[in-house]
Write a protein that binds this ligand. Sequence first.
Ligand code: AKB
Length: 315
Amino acid sequence: MNVLVTGSLGQVGSELALELKRRYGNNNVVASDIRSDETSPLVHDGPFYTLDCRDGTALADIVRKHNVKTIYHLAALLSAVAEARPQDAWDININGLHTVLEVARENGCSVFTPSSIAAFGPTAPKDYTPQNTIQQPTSMYGVTKVSGELLCNYYHKKYGVDTRGVRYPGIISNVTLPGGGTTDYAVEIYYEAVRKKHYTCFLKADTYLDMVYMPDAIKAAVDIMEADPARLRHRNAFNITAMSFSPEDQAAYIRKHIPEFEISYNVDPVRQALANSWPNSLEDYAARVEWGWDPQFDLDAMTADMLNVLSARGV
Ligand code: AKB
């Protein structure tokens, strides 16, 4: 039984594909992305394909050739890019997902697709946003995420495709940088703290958003796909969170390690509007009960680890 990862050179895909290779064997995990990158071990070590996930024929060929039974579909545009290119965002995020679901239906594959905190909009409760509540996002990214959740649930109910997903908060990692998201500041701040002891943030000081450290984000993707289906009352998608903080909170935790660190603000109205429309914090009880979500890193532990790793690497 083999696994295919789309978007495997992206922020989540690059680390998830390596973890899946460690767990299931190098040649049992097929990596793919719309571009190639000669510097990535995923391109040289084990099967790799340059693949546009909207190309159903190419996707189906890979699935059949490698006897793929699980697809981790990570290829998507993030929120700020989606807001700048809404037509592309719909095409890639929705037509790409639809193509993956069709190939999965025809070939008996299960599918993991990430949703996002962006699947909620300004009409949802802001604090401890429940698993099941109003979903009226106002961004194109959010529209694609809530549509994707509905589409995956439809394929599960109508065709029995084993679709599962989580609503990721902002993801912080010290390996691959995110590209074009609203929560990117929460990663950049650590790099700039190590490099310059100063960071200019594009969100306001008191903007609260949920976050998760990459090791927990990867574990979520693996654990939900390995979960006993009999325990799953939800499918697409589970709220998950590990912490909720603002830029000024994060700066305060960085100062525990770098006392001279300073933060200033130059607000980007587009990304601020996106952040303002999202929850301050999620409630993730269903994920904890149905498949054992239990994140290991809070803001304190993550900050210590990020600064250690980046300093040691000399970024
Ligand atoms: C983004 O900022 O676009 C993503 C997300 C919250 O889904 N990190």
